[in-house]
Design a protein around this ligand. Structure first.
Ligand SMILES: Cc1cc2nc3c(=O)[nH]c(=O)nc-3n(C[C@H](O)[C@H](O)[C@H](O)COP(=O)(O)OP(=O)(O)OC[C@H]3O[C@@H](n4cnc5c(N)ncnc54)[C@H](O)[C@@H]3O)c2cc1C
Length: 330
């Protein structure tokens, strides 16, 4: 690992100024559980992706931490730890899908210092991206090694060019909750819905979201759910101890007398972005969930283009989606 400069920012404006001053080789540092212990020690850099020489710690900014609940919803500072989210009784009572997703991340020790902003902006875990000998698209190369190599854990949906899967569990839940984030940059602050935050390889193969090099995430806001809202979350892993999702499913929907009114279904571990299964949502509109769940969930197959070793994920995605839908009316 190379030496780097470290700045402790004390305000959001100062952090933005430092990012501007040092350019694309500077990075926002939160808990460091991915940036320092992963990215900087793995080989997640190349011609298209400079090695971070300057780290700007944002956990030293007082206003970046904390959870507040008001009439319109929930606000979480980007530097709030995942443990704080898991332990919040208010989040557990009203937005259980977010508690469950945060609880499913890594281990208690990591959740104690890993932050929400870091979890949402962490880099993918593809072993070719993280491996020394693979100059893939994300590192400025011109090949995705998952296409011909071991692609057991890679994308089965939307994986054009690059077949990473988005690694964040909280992203899946927040997209299902129709959440937004506040981004700070040189031109001030702006709010962006998570619907528009994550981007796939066709839009820009070098990154996974719209955040520019001189911007940072300040907070996340989640609306108060409408009456009759039901939520469900599940995550299948290869092993019982901490691991990333083979596939996860978050469902947030209004349900009346067992009938699907309006809702969002988001899958993790299957695509380069947290993937919204709109095809399933549309098939459920106005239908009795118990009778429609199986056929609706099966529509995922039509969206999937698995690689040589990962067709099993499509079956898992369909099975877990059906199971979560039925759990809404159990
Ligand atoms: C053993 C292990 C198991 C794991 N298992 C899971 C899992 O099951 N599910 C899962 O979702 N994750 C998992 N992770 C990933 C882990 O959750 C992330 O490493 C962690 O959430 C990152 O948070 P951090 O605060 O440490 O971020 P950092 O490592 O500090 O930052 C990560 C990235 O986000 C950027 N960043 C951080 N904060 C901001 C901000 N406010 N604005 C803009 N950019 C920002 C950084 O520049 C960096 O690029 C695992 C990690 C490990 C080491």
């Amino acid at each position: 690992m190379k030496a780097f400069e470290l700045y402790d920012a004390t305000t959001v404006d100062q952090a933005v100024e430092l990012l501007q001053q040092h350019g694309p080789t500077s990075k926002v540092l939160a808990g460091g559980s991915d940036l320092v212990t992963g990215v900087m020690k793995d080989w997640v850099h190349g011609p298209g992706m400079p090695y971070p020489n300057v780290l700007i710690d944002i956990t030293t900014i007082p206003g970046m931490h904390g959870i507040t609940v008001g009439d319109s919803g929930l606000k979480i500072g980007a530097a709030t730890t995942l443990t704080d989210i898991v332990e919040s009784e208010e989040i557990r009572a009203t937005w259980p899908v977010l508690s469950d997703s945060a609880f499913s991340v890594a281990s208690p020790l990591i959740r104690n210092f890993a932050t929400l902003g870091g979890n949402l902006n962490q880099r993918p875990r593809c072993w070719f991206l993280r491996g020394e000998n693979f100059p893939c698209y994300k590192k400025g190369g011109d090949f995705c090694f998952a296409v011909t190599g071991d692609n057991t854990y890679n994308a089965v949906i939307g994986g054009e060019l690059c077949y990473i899967v988005h690694p964040s569990d909280t992203a899946t839940a927040l997209l299902a909750l129709n959440a937004k984030t506040t981004i700070a940059g040189p031109a001030g602050q702006r709010e962006v819905a998570f619907d528009d935050y994550f981007i796939g390889p066709r839009e820009d193969v070098l990154r996974e979201n719209i955040l520019q090099a001189n911007e940072l995430m300040v907070d996340v806001t989640v609306p108060t759910p409408a009456a009759n809202t039901k939520m469900a979350w599940t995550k299948l892993k290869d092993r019982q101890v901490y691991d990333f999702a083979l596939t996860s499913v978050a469902v947030v929907a209004t349900v009346d007398g067992g009938v699907w009114q309006e809702g969002r279904i988001v899958l993790g571990g299957v695509a380069p972005v947290p993937w919204r299964a709109t095809v399933v949502e549309e098939a459920l509109a106005g239908k009795d969930i118990r009778s429609a769940a199986k056929t609706a969930a099966a529509l995922i197959r039509g969206q999937a283009r698995p690689l040589s070793n990962n067709a099993y994920k499509v079956d898992i995605a369909i099975g877990l989606t059906e199971r979560m839908l039925l759990s809404l009316v159990a």
